[in-house]
Design a protein around this ligand. Structure first.
Ligand code: FES
Length: 175
């Protein structure tokens, strides 16, 4: 099951992808049954099994949301401009200083993966919102950049990163 919202050209926000269909996303129809067989079943995923996500359907500039261990995971396919802006930040100006390079995998700075739970009181931020075109938490106004670093508002720390790795150039395993 996959739903897609917001297809604006200038602000493609979220693809909501249910974890059960993760392996099938972007696959050609003929491969779906095979890949589906390889996925852990729903109860196994709910119990915390790793999930794999195919990154190929995520257009540059898009953020998708998947679920791992019941947590929303945002995967942002960042543009070159977004990456440059995230890199060229005076770290001393950040409430929770952390270089962008510490928040992405080497050679994969175009994909930023984080846990979409505000570090203030746990609301789910909205992507492509706020002055940094990153994430905005509507509960009390915390603003995060495209690296998920807190830039203003009451949240004390950057958005957390899940354990994940690239299993190929176009696929990650979370967990
Ligand atoms: S929960 Fe996000 S700003 Fe308070």
């Amino acid at each position: 099951m996959a739903t897609i919202s917001s297809t604006e050209h200038t602000r493609r926000d979220f693809l909501y992808i249910a974890t059960g269909a993760m392996g099938a996303v972007g696959a050609v129809a003929a491969l779906v049954p095979l890949i589906a067989q390889m996925n852990p079943d729903a109860s196994t995923i709910a119990a915390g099994a790793p999930i794999e996500v195919d990154l190929t359907p995520i257009a540059e500039g898009q953020v998708i949301k998947v679920f791992w261990r019941g947590k929303p995971i945002f995967i942002n396919h960042r543009t070159k401009k977004q990456i440059e802006e995230a890199v060229n930040v005076n770290l001393a100006s950040l409430p929770d200083p952390q270089p962008d390079s510490a928040r992405v995998k080497p050679k994969h700075a175009n994909f930023q993966v984080l846990i979409g739970i505000c570090t203030h009181l746990g609301c789910i931020p909205i992507a492509h919102q706020g002055p940094y075109n990153g994430y905005f938490c509507p509960c009390h106004g915390s603003v995060y950049d495209t690296s998920g670093r807190i830039r203003s508002g009451p949240a004390p720390t950057n958005l957390a990163l899940p354990p994940y790795e690239f299993v190929s150039d176009t696929r990650i395993r979370i967990g």
